[in-house]
Design a protein around this ligand. Structure first.
Ligand code: CP3
Length: 337
């Protein structure tokens, strides 16, 4: 039977429990994932529809979570635009010079042609999955953080410097990324993703005026242009930007661990279903401590109009799968009455 609890929660229906999934649920903390990496590197795994399908299913079967997230990465669309990438496992973008010529030569993508391997992976998943599939993209700014990361690595200052010194070119880069990401998300939705998540992990490194000018317009455009799927926006350190985020066309806001969900809910005026927000380090402690921290979040989430349990950021590779499983069972047994 198809488990649609996460869809019902996002629609605002009262559900039996808070649906649960984890950012980076398919990753190195699973020995089953590490078996795949003995044979192929990360990009190879992300380029083959069959391994996309199998790895996406791993956490669904092992953890019994209420949603699957497509196994891929936010930088996977870049090679088709003319931006070479590699992973060590941290992403590396291999570009000598980012100048006028480089940005003007970036290509518009046709997902059905250029990212067919991802869409074929989605097709395989949709025919088999008993939970909804979450599609995703990175935000233009967060992707750009990695494009510039090689130049001056620390704190993503490369992109910050570039936006000040080459503003017109920065906007050009954001425009082409935005066009391509909208196309990619639409293709994922056409192939059956009922939910999409936009990962804007590093926008939280900006001051609020810069967020308004260099990030917000593009997130607004992406969320206004993608209909026919529920939209989740994930950003770390969002506190200075809530007055802008409140105007986004999104259904769910994914919150890091810095503030309680009820505090965020009052600042965002009960507009959104909230997702989160356990600090991922908790999965490195023990079952009892993890359960206690989880209970605090679930108790607090009772005041929300809807809640999806997740972490405030991705699972650490050295997390204990037994604790992760234990939490899934705990969340499912915590009734919302
Ligand atoms: O969540 C999932 O299980 C789905 C797949 C997924 C991955 N990355 C797999 C991955 C998703 C949704 C992402 C998103 C992503 N990628 C983000 C946004 C979320 C976040 O964590 O902030 C970002 C910033 C990236 C960029 C990225 N990719 C980094 C910084 C790294 C290295 C960090 C690390 O885990 O060591 C990656 C590599 C990556 N993406 C791995 C996986 C499973 C590890 C690659 C490997 O196994 O060698």
């Amino acid at each position: 039977m198809f488990n649609d609890i996460i869809l019902r929660t996002i629609k605002g229906e009262k559900t039996e429990y808070s649906p649960v999934w984890f950012m980076r649920q398919a990753g190195r903390y699973l020995k089953e994932y590490m078996h795949y990496k003995e044979k192929k590197n990360f990009i190879e795994l992300c380029s083959d529809p069959k391994t996309i399908y199998e790895i996406t299913l791993l956490p669904v079967n092992i953890l019994k979570v209420d949603a699957a997230i497509l196994f891929s990465d936010i930088l996977i669309p870049l090679p088709a635009m003319g931006i070479p990438i590699s992973y060590t496992p941290a992403p590396i973008v291999n570009i000598e010079r980012i100048d006028h010529k480089f940005i003007n030569n970036l290509k518009e993508i046709e997902p059905e042609r250029d990212l067919k391997f991802v869409l074929d992976g989605i097709d395989l998943l949709i025919s088999k999955l008993a939970v909804p599939l979450i599609g995703f993209c990175g935000s233009p700014f967060t992707i750009a953080c990695y494009i510039f990361n090689n130049m001056i690595a620390k704190d993503f200052v490369g992109i910050k410097i570039f936006k000040d010194l080459h503003e017109k070119l920065f906007f050009k880069l954001m425009d082409i990324l935005t066009t391509n990401l909208i196309r990619f998300l639409k293709a994922q939705i056409n192939h059956g993703c009922k939910i999409i998540q936009i990962f804007d992990t590093w926008a939280g490194t900006l001051n609020s005026l810069d967020y308004k000018k260099f990030v917000y317009p593009y997130i607004k455009k992406i969320t206004d242009s993608t209909t026919d799927a529920f939209k989740i926006y994930f950003i770390k350190n969002a506190t200075p930007y809530y007055e802008f985020i409140n105007n986004l066309n999104i259904d769910v806001l994914s919150v890091d661990w810095r503030q309680s969900l009820s505090e965020v809910n009052s600042i965002t005026k009960n507009r959104f279903i909230l997702q989160g927000n356990m600090d991922p380090y908790v999965l490195l402690t023990n079952k009892e401590n993890a359960e206690e921290k989880c209970k605090t979040i679930l108790d607090d989430a009772k005041s929300l109009k809807g809640h999806i349990f997740n972490l405030g950021h991705g699972i650490y590779p050295n997390s204990d799968v037994k604790i992760v499983k234990h939490l899934v069972n705990y969340v499912k047994s915590y009734t919302l009455e």
